[in-house]
Write a protein that binds this ligand. Structure first.
Ligand code: HEM
Ligand code: HEM
Length: 591
């Protein structure tokens, strides 16, 4: 077992060094045979196959329901059949049917009446609450934890605020997308592209994804520790602090007050301080809760969640220290990639390790694979920031390390993907029963594809082609949207109905799923193809304006995809409203 593992590691290491160190002059000759391009084409085919699989599962279930309907209609034709029978035959038939309708199972058909006795000692696990496989698998004492109303309220308010920021942030994204098609839409400084772009990214980062993640984590932390949250007061303080930082940060950005060029740290430091304080107190709240857990193990989700909080607190501090020159560039790469990798990705993986198995009602496939993915994620992800600045004046060796470690990311990504897919194995029928699994499936597939695509983007040739193009925008949406958003939606649809007792209509969840999925596909495909053609055009020395004209149609497709994504968010907001709409019990919860 060890040998192949070492072989794979050395192969990845050596091939990456080979790829990373190629210094030949870049040219577009035979560009289609470059590993990054081939890999990306393979990814596109995989996405198409997955879409076909999901569509065929849905069509199969549709055909099944049509067949069942037909069968029922035939059944209703009994009246017609009766008309053609004699009085005697009719009586016999009706008696038979009455007997059939009156038949009841006694309840012991499968077990018999004999008292169960485990003579051979084969039963070694007895679960009292089969709904909670993750906790049951780990716990030493029976579950004594009911979700308290205070906790429900915290979770619902966090997700509610996140939903609001999703709508606001993506409305801005949509407006930005339209500006590519109609650049002269407005001449108001507050609505200029340069000001609105960071409003979009910071709102979806800190307002939507972060709020939703923390809200969902409150349930996981309490549930897997089989105890109560240490302090609800802290949860509410963090809630107000995060919302205040997003509101103030956006007002500042739109009025032209910002922190300079550093991406994702455009909010000025006093505003970001509010967010940082919220993270620190949330981390304290989670750690104290886990510390008072009523079971001996710390479930894997809590490792991921607490690690990502600790990393992000360090990150926010480093990101706002006053470095200058090249030090500032290294810090930017570090901040940017830890932001997406150690905050959003690590945290969301933690959530998935709980919500995926619990919604499939089975334990996670392998706890050890989860631990391997955790430590390799920490090892590789923290060293790859400089891949954002390949061919910059930063030391060549530092860039090479970032590229090699980017390839090393295949290990946690494949370990995580395998774990999730193997957990889903045998439960594919859930695809046609509920939308939770399709949301998770898309998230997991994009986790594998988007992260592997990132590794390929780090190679010198592909980075040379794609770095300054829209290809990056495709990657950031494939990951932030394809992975993070889809996994968060899956977790929300899995937990909110359980908290409120209200289900959204499946047709609307389906509309959300398909519009987001197809919209994202149109968005990333247009940006990937357009970005590649743009990069090639630059490499071949064509005038810049040619690349702008060439992008025209791709930007229209981005706007079309974006419109579908935005519409899907309104449907999601409606579904959230339906799930939390006040009825007697929810009314009490929301006080
Ligand atoms: C194996 C994992 C990953 C690797 C190796 C990777 C690699 C890369 C590379 C090479 C770039 C382009 C740098 C450039 O040319 O400027 C990039 C950009 C980006 N990546 Fe990833 N990526 C990975 C996973 C992720 C994940 C999971 C997310 C989000 C959750 C993400 C979000 C982003 C974003 C937002 C950008 C754009 C940054 C910018 O604004 O310039 N990536 N990534
Ligand atoms: C309706 C849905 C959305 C639309 C129409 C949209 C549109 C846009 C546009 C037009 C940009 C500017 C691209 C450029 O500079 O060329 C952008 C950037 C970005 N958006 Fe979105 N977006 C949407 C949803 C989201 C969501 C939900 C997230 C994350 C949770 C997100 C994350 C980002 C990031 C990270 C960037 C920076 C990209 C980079 O430079 O690589 N977007 N988006």
């Amino acid at each position: 077992m060890k040998k192949p593992f070492i072989l794979v590691l050395s192969f990845i290491g050596f091939s990456a060094v080979g790829l990373a160190q190629s210094t030949e002059k870049m040219s577009t000759e035979n560009w289609t045979s470059s590993p990054g391009i081939i890999g990306t084409l393979i990814f596109i085919i995989i996405i198409a196959v997955i879409a076909l699989l999901i569509i065929s599962a849905r069509v199969k279930s549709l055909l099944k329901s049509i067949k069942a309907k037909k069968y029922n209609n035939q059944d209703l034709g009994l009246g017609e059949e009766l008309k053609g029978l004699s009085a005697d035959e009719r009586k016999k038939l009706l008696e038979k049917r009455e007997k059939a309708l009156a038949f009841k199972l006694s309840g012991d058909e499968l077990g018999g009446k004999v008292k169960p006795n485990d003579d051979k000692g084969l039963v070694n696990k007895f679960a009292e609450d089969p709904d909670n496989p993750v906790v049951d698998e780990k716990k030493k004492s029976p579950i004594s934890f009911e979700t308290p109303d205070k906790l429900k309220k915290v979770i619902l308010y966090y997700i509610g605020a996140a939903t609001f920021w999703l709508l606001f942030g993506t409305l801005i994204g949509q407006y930005l997308g339209m500006k590519f098609v109609w650049p002269d839409m407005d001449h108001i400084s507050w609505l200029s592209f340069g000001r609105l772009r960071p409003v979009h990214t910071n709102t979806v980062f800190w307002g939507w994804a972060s709020m939703a993640m923390i809200g969902l984590a409150y349930f996981v932390i309490a549930r897997t520790s089989n105890t109560r949250i240490y302090s609800y007061k802290i949860a509410w303080r963090a809630f107000y602090l995060i919302n205040a930082s997003v509101i103030l940060g956006n007002i500042c950005l739109m009025s032209g007050i910002n922190n300079g060029g550093g991406e994702y740290r455009e909010y000025i430091w006093p505003v970001m301080l509010l967010f940082a304080v919220a993270l620190i107190i949330t981390c304290w709240n989670f750690v104290k809760t886990v510390a008072t857990r009523k079971i001996s193990e710390i479930y894997i989700s809590n490792w991921y969640i607490i690690a990502s909080l600790l990393f992000t607190i360090v990150l926010a501090t480093i990101g706002y220290l006053p470095f200058s020159g090249l030090g500032e560039t290294v810090t930017q790469g570090y901040y940017m990639h830890q932001g997406v990798g150690m905050w959003f990705m690590t945290f969301t993986l933690g959530l998935t390790y709980y919500y995926l198995p619990s919604s499939l009602n089975k334990p996670i496939y392998s706890y050890s694979l989860g631990v391997l993915a955790f430590w390799t994620q920490l090892l590789f992800y923290t060293m790859i920031g400089t891949h954002h600045f390949v061919f910059s004046p930063l030391p060549w060796w530092l860039q090479t390390i970032a590229i090699v470690f980017s390839v090393g990311m295949f290990i946690p990504v494949f370990a995580g993907t395998t774990n999730f897919i193997m957990t889903m194995r045998g439960s594919w029928s859930h695809i046609s029963k509920s939308y939770v699994l399709p949301f998770f499936l898309v998230g997991v597939v994009y986790y594998c594809l988007g992260s592997s695509q990132g590794s390929m983007q780090a190679f010198r040739f592909t980075n040379y082609v794609w770095h300054f193009t829209d290809f990056n925008v495709a990657h950031s949406h494939m990951t932030m949207y394809g992975i993070i958003c889809f996994m968060l939606w899956a977790a929300i649809y899995a937990i909110v109905p359980k908290l409120t007792g209200r289900e959204p209509k499946q047709i609307f969840v389906g509309a959300h799923f398909w519009m987001a999925f197809i919209g994202l596909f149109a968005y990333i495909m247009s940006m990937m193809i357009g970005g590649t053609l743009k990069g090639i055009s630059w490499m071949e020395g064509h005038p810049f304006i040619e690349s702008v004209l060439l992008m025209k149609h791709f930007w229209v497709w981005r706007a079309v995809g974006g419109s579908l994504m935005l519409t899907s968010h309104f449907v999601f907001a409606y579904n959230f409203y339906v799930m939390t709409r006040k009825k007697e019990s929810t009314l009490e919860i929301l006080g």
